[in-house]
Design a protein around this ligand. Structure first.
Ligand code: ADP
Length: 265
């Protein structure tokens, strides 16, 4: 808290009173600190692929380009690092759009059960993962207004995390449940889990429980931060519970339109 005092005088410079302004700067300082941390994180995240690329390009220039075995490998590394940077910059652009409320939602009425079924069918098609997806869906239809592309992105992100952090053959349970005024999604995996004190942080920008592992798996550390922005733009909530060694469940809710009183059948 910051307090500032000003003496109020009249025209003859007689003391007339005192104005005290007490302002809460903690919030301001927090925003400023977060901004600095964010810029420093972005710089670091961009510098890492750039320095990797520089050393591989240097090696190629120094003669590795003539080696038919090594040259393609080195080029592949630079390509992967370029892809990583593109992913990162795209994620950053999306976050910045949402910050400025530019990323306006394009909401349409959608039936959620079939909407989610379609997304999960796509995951089932990619038989690269030996992971079963169990679906627990209600029989009834659930209709609400959502931005389909954005909610697809949220589900894609949560599902690919669940797959990434699951053991081979692990099961993922996708549940949809209609509650009073909202629909609750939960995606449960049998993966390595997250320590209790870290679980809320996974929605922070650039937070990763294991930096090296996330990097290796191609992550930017922004997926869940973007998901959180999208869910909150839909007036929903997103959170996680987890037990180390046993698995993680990510939950999110979307509001269902309240039927107007007197309009119910
Ligand atoms: P990333 O690109 O690193 O996956 P995310 O924002 O999607 O970034 O996730 C942030 C971090 O949360 C991940 O790096 C990982 O440590 C942790 N995490 C997310 N989902 C899971 C999960 N299903 N099981 C274990 N850890 C997870």
């Amino acid at each position: 808290i910051r307090a500032s005092f000003s003496v109020v005088q009249d025209e003859e410079e007689n003391f007339n009173g005192l104005i005290t302004v007490i302002s809460d700067v903690t919030e301001q300082e927090k925003v400023e600190r977060e901004r600095r941390e964010f810029v420093s994180n972005v710089s670091h995240e961009l510098r890492t692929p750039l320095t990797t690329m520089r050393s591989y390009i240097e090696a190629l220039t120094d003669g590795a380009w003539e080696d038919k075995e090594i040259a393609p490998q080195f080029l592949e590394v630079t390509q992967n690092e370029t892809d990583r940077m593109i992913r990162l910059v795209n994620d950053l652009l999306q976050l910045s759009k949402m910050d400025h409320k530019e990323g306006a939602m394009n909401k349409q009425k959608v039936e959620l059960v079939s909407f989610v079924e379609n997304i999960l069918d796509r995951f089932d098609m990619n038989k690269t993962d030996v992971i079963g997806i169990e679906r627990k869906f209600p029989k009834e239809q659930i209709k609400t207004r959502i931005d389909q592309d954005k909610i697809t992105q949220v589900i894609d992100n949560i599902m690919s995390n669940a797959i990434k952090y699951s053991p081979e053959g692990g099961k993922i349970t996708f549940q949809l449940a209609k509650e009073q005024n909202r629909v609750k999604f939960s995606i449960k995996d049998q993966g390595l889990g997250i320590a209790r004190e870290k679980v809320d942080k996974i929605f922070d920008r650039f937070y990763r429980v294991d930096k090296a592992r996330s990097r290796e798996l191609g992550g930017t550390g922004l997926g869940l931060a973007i998901s959180k922005e999208i869910i909150e733009a839909h007036h929903g909530h997103i959170w996680a519970t987890s037990k180390e060694g046993q698995g993680t469940t990510i939950y999110f809710t979307l509001p269902l339109k309240n039927r107007k009183r007197g309009n119910q059948k």
